[in-house]
Design a protein around this ligand. Structure first.
Ligand code: SF4
Length: 423
């Protein structure tokens, strides 16, 4: 679930701005699109995935034992499952031409049965001198999703999507405006990583030659692409299990490098805390008071700030993993000094040393109500939290030049046309 640069597509809605002794207050509102409402006039929340044709079952949807069974059903000995897993999770390939250890006569059929195509690359955009790549993928049913690959000193991070669209209807978020198309399957989540690893192995990240960094691969995952990951809980957790399973059964990644974020689905946060996988947990808070958060994050109408923070604290208690609070700084909307103080007080009232805050400057979008806080305001917000004893660091917003930052991951009509051309 996204947290950073949110830029709605147009800027026509009038700004509702009210002044007070505590500084100007801009209220959240959609710009250029109409938020879907429920019968009571509140923003519609969609938790259940609409029924659509399921993606084909893939090796990455199955446990190692199920893979063996399926290979046997296809008429081959069970040990072939391990060979296929090695090709997929270690060599990042689904191309039968590269699988010369499999019998030539049955190779194509076996690969088609175990690794059906899941997504087609529609296009990619690069920025940061090639160190950031945004991929647009078309799924089997035409749904479009994106992932963003970013090289940082000492790590390579992939921002993955967990749903096509999103049902949480946040007014600042381009993804949310189209509603939830469907949940992604476990294999569709994993395939984003495998395809990114293939691109890295082929030397496509940072424009270096393959043999310069052929040992490199994605080291960090953030679930901050399209979708609310905890609304697709089972498939996301199955995907996390495959990420951390040793190769060749899975990708052999460290759980600590995996960040699962949410806008605050409290029962699912509690469930996550009970899993025996120490992922990093991030709560996209964006406002410390219910009055603003009810408008900014519609799911707050279901679970309030206090409940979400209690659940986040419980996550720390059960896992020992420090929680991240994501906070997009939006000019005159949520960046007031008193809100920094209120946030610090709510976090400190739940104990010390369990949390850090990542304010994320919004993209500057002049003329929109959704624009960046001024730099001195950002600095003051950070200073107040740090002075109150809450470790706080402004987060990098890589990829914003290509609309690849969280919350901007929405397919445009141009993307739709390119995808249609591939069918
Ligand atoms: S609408 Fe969904 S994807 Fe967008 S910010 Fe809200 S939870 Fe995240």
């Amino acid at each position: 679930m996204p947290a950073s640069d949110k830029t709605p597509p147009a800027r026509s809605t009038p700004v509702r701005k009210t002044g007070s002794a505590r500084g100007p207050q801009v209220r959240p509102a959609t710009e250029g699109w109409t938020q879907q409402k429920d019968a009571e006039g509140r923003p519609l929340l969609q938790f259940a995935s609409p029924k659509r044709g399921k993606p084909p079952v893939h090796l990455a949807d199955l446990t190692p034992a199920e893979r063996v069974e399926k290979v046997k059903e296809l008429g081959l000995p069970g040990f072939r499952a391990k060979q296929l897993s090695t090709h997929y999770f270690t060599h990042y390939t689904s191309d039968p031409a590269h699988m010369t250890d499999l019998p030539a006569a049955q190779r194509d059929e076996l690969v088609a049965g175990m690794m059906p195509p899941l997504m087609t690359e529609v296009k990619r955009l690069e920025t940061d001198k090639g160190d950031t790549i945004k991929f647009l993928w078309r799924l089997h049913d035409g749904a479009l999703v994106e992932s963003v690959l970013m090289r940082y000193p000492g790590r390579i991070t992939l921002c993955v999507s967990s749903q096509a669209g999103c049902g949480m209807n946040c007014p600042f978020c381009a993804t949310g405006q189209a509603g939830l198309t469907r949940n992604m399957s476990t294999a569709e989540i994993i395939e984003q990583i495998v395809r990114a690893n293939r691109a890295i192995a082929d030397g496509e990240l940072g424009g270096k030659k393959a043999n310069d960094h052929s040992m490199e691969r994605v080291s960090n995952i953030v679930f901050m692409g399209m979708g609310e990951p905890l609304a697709n809980y089972k498939r996301v957790m199955d995907a996390v299990r495959i990420m951390v399973a040793p190769q060749p059964d899975g990708l052999g990644m460290s759980a600590r490098g995996i960040t699962v974020s949410t806008v605050g689905l409290v029962p699912a946060i509690r469930k996550l805390a009970d899993e025996d996988i120490p992922v990093t947990f991030a709560l996209s808070l964006h406002a410390p008071d219910d009055e603003l958060r009810d408008e900014l994050i519609p799911v707050n109408s279901r679970w309030k700030v206090g409940e979400a923070l209690d659940a986040a604290r419980e996550y720390f208690d059960k896992t020992g993993r420090r929680v991240s609070i994501e906070y997009a700084l939006i000019k005159d909307m949520n960046d007031h000094p008193w809100r920094a103080d209120l946030l610090a007080s709510k976090l400190n009232s739940r104990g010390r040393g369990w949390v850090h805050v990542n304010p994320i400057p919004l993209n500057p979008t002049p003329g929109s109500i959704w624009t960046a806080s001024e730099v001195h305001v950002q600095n003051e917000f950070v200073r107040r939290l740090n002075d109150a004893g809450i470790p706080t660091t402004l987060r990098d917003t890589r990829g914003k030049e290509i609309d690849g930052a969280c919350g901007q991951l929405v397919a445009t009509s141009e993307d739709e046309a390119e995808a249609a051309a591939l069918v």
